[in-house]
Design a protein around this ligand. Structure first.
Ligand code: SF4
Length: 209
């Protein structure tokens, strides 16, 4: 697999926020979100054998692997990687932009999907592979990164129509007021979770954490 970096950290966003995880960040992305904070994944990378990473994962203390990018689903061996991790007793949190078919992922017990639905401010709001919406399992969730009122209205319309048991998370883009977002959610009385990016609160907006 083509990887950008691997590191130990605390999960900074989404439903499993706060859990220690081993992060495997892949290279390449098929999207170009305007506010992307991982543009360093767009080029370069290190080719690492699947066996090497799985061997590494067998030795780490964390129960969780965060498989992230870039877009991890672009890796040819993505499914084999997730199967290998779960077979060695780890849980895998897949962080994906949701533009690629996730039907093989939902068959793997021990995987959890964090699917970003791209909001208008990203410039990629048409990118979702809509079939994914019907596949999500109760442990999976969708996430909206919200930059402004337009993004909020877009996410609100999904939240109002959502009929699945998977949760919805609203996350302010870096620099957007968390209180503003929390108060909008209360005002509109919607059942979503509002969460900050914990790793950025702890370490600031930098890579490798
Ligand atoms: S999907 Fe993620 S990595 Fe790709 S451009 Fe968007 S924010 Fe960046």
């Amino acid at each position: 697999m083509l990887l950008t970096e691997r590191f130990h950290s605390i999960q900074g966003e989404g439903k499993f926020i706060g859990l220690p995880m081993y992060f495997v960040r892949t290279n390449h992305c098929n999207l170009r979100c305007r506010w992307c904070d991982s543009t360093y994944t767009f080029s370069g990378g290190e080719e690492v054998l699947l066996e090497t990473i799985l061997d590494e994962i067998g030795k780490i203390p964390e129960d969780w692997i965060c498989f992230t990018g870039g877009e991890p689903m672009l890796q040819r061996e993505a499914i084999k990687f997730m199967k290998g991790c779960t077979e060695s007793g780890k849980n895998v949190l897949l962080e994906t932009g949701g533009s690629l078919d996730l039907s093989e992922v939902v068959k793997i017990n021990g995987t959890y999907i964090d699917m970003d639905i791209k909001t208008p401010s990203s410039g990629e709001s048409e990118s979702l592979f809509k079939g994914n919406l019907n596949m999500l399992r109760p442990g999976d969730y969708i996430k909206f990164v919200i930059s402004d009122v337009n993004d909020y209205t877009f996410a609100l319309s999904y939240a109002k129509q959502w009929k699945s048991t998977s949760e919805i998370l609203f996350q302010p883009a870096w620099g957007v007021d968390l209180k503003w977002l929390a108060e909008k959610v209360l005002e509109d009385r919607i059942n979503v979770r509002v969460l900050p990016q914990l790793h950025k609160l702890i370490w600031g907006n930098r890579r490798g954490v």
